[in-house]
Design a binder for this molecule. Structure first.
Ligand code: AMP
Ligand code: MG
Length: 339
């Protein structure tokens, strides 16, 4: 009996040791940046240093792109008098340039000049349904065409007093792409980044000992859960298996940020055409593609303009969009020219 106990103990020790030796080397770094929790998990040699540098890169970008930090490029643009050329960092200039292009490509459903509308609703601050005149006044200031970009001087000019830029629907995506680049430059091939609904997967998920035995493989594709918009956080309605070296999976949902007034829910994604929450039965849109930045802008635009915009959007911009409707229906849409 004594020998059986010794044997079993030895077996447990051997398995624990094997498990430890075969555990994939990984590191996770988290922070609160871009007005959300971000997390970067890197696998392989150098994982900790790489993840730390990726988060540092995001914190540097946040300083430039935040609409709230008084020292940011965006704050300086938004508080300058109309027709003043404001000199900004290359990162900020180029992001606004691309955001303007995406505003055009989505027929204005994503409008980088949306901030006056966000201000009258005051999400997270005053949380109040605005009256029609305040809404109309704010709407007259929302127009990405009135942003003048001077590429040579790298300046941004807003041409009407009261105009303002809001990168909230694209910055998380852009920063996730940038953080992934930092990981890659540090030799990381496998990683999982989650910036408040913006997920990027790089490569595959290396497996621990038990899973290696279970699946007969050293690694597996990452499987990304898509939040059920009508359930508590963490409850998944469907999943997407991320196949490939680099996959961006970005969700825009009305459940993410909202307030309630007289029993009605008002969320943070608004139509640049009406200044109000779109009433199209869409609870969330997940866009899958090769660029987190583009998927981010598109998820917001598709939330506003629905499946029709998704269907006529170029197939170079994204691969697949998953719409969750208030009927419980899940619709999968492919870009123009696909399937
Ligand atoms: P997302 O969660 O990516 O859909 O982005 C939502 C955030 O983007 C909001 O908190 C606003 O700051 C901003 N936003 C809301 N509606 C729009 C819109 N139609 N176009 C551009 N930005 C928007
Ligand atoms: Mg977005």
């Amino acid at each position: 009996m004594k020998y059986v106990t010794y044997f079993l103990t030895a077996l447990v020790v051997v398995f624990a040791l094997l498990g430890f030796l075969c555990a994939p080397k990984s590191a996770t770094e988290t922070d609160f940046l871009l007005d959300t929790y971000i997390s970067v998990t890197a696998y392989g040699k150098n994982a900790k240093k790489a993840a730390e540098q990726a988060v540092l890169c995001v914190s540097e970008l946040d300083k430039k792109l935040s609409a709230f930090r008084k020292d940011s490029d965006v704050y300086r643009i938004n508080t300058a008098k109309a027709n003043t050329e404001v000199s900004v960092s290359t990162e900020c200039f180029e992001l606004i340039l691309r955001a303007k292009e995406l505003s055009e490509k989505t027929d204005g459903a994503f409008d980088v000049a949306i901030k006056p509308i966000m201000d009258v609703w005051g999400f997270g601050k005053k949380n109040k349904v605005p009256d029609d005149s305040a809404l109309l006044n704010a709407l007259s200031l929302v127009d990405y065409n009135s942003i003048i970009l001077n590429e040579e001087a790298q300046t941004v000019t807003l041409t009407k007093d009261g105009m303002a830029i809001d990168l909230g629907a694209i910055a998380k995506g852009y920063c996730a792409d940038m953080a992934a680049k930092v990981l890659k430059n540090n030799g990381i091939e496998n990683a999982y980044l989650d910036f408040g609904g913006n997920v990027v997967t790089m490569g595959k998920r290396p497996l621990g000992l038990i899973d290696r035995i279970k699946y007969g493989a050293r690694e597996r594709d990452f499987v990304v859960g898509i939040q059920n918009p009508q359930a508590t956080r963490g409850e998944v309605i469907t999943t997407h298996t991320a196949e490939g070296e680099y996959v961006a999976i970005v969700t825009s949902g009305g459940y993410e940020r909202y307030f309630e007034e007289e029993g009605k829910r008002y969320h943070h994604i608004v139509s640049p055409f009406t200044g109000k929450q779109p009433e199209n039965g869409i609870l969330s849109v997940t866009v899958i593609g090769a660029s987190s930045e583009i998927a981010d802008a598109l998820s917001t635009a598709f939330f506003v303009s629905g499946t029709r915009l998704a269907k006529r959007t170029d197939n170079g911009l994204y691969q697949k969009a998953i719409f969750v409707m208030d009927t419980g229906e899940i619709q999968t849409i492919y870009p123009q020219g696909e399937k």
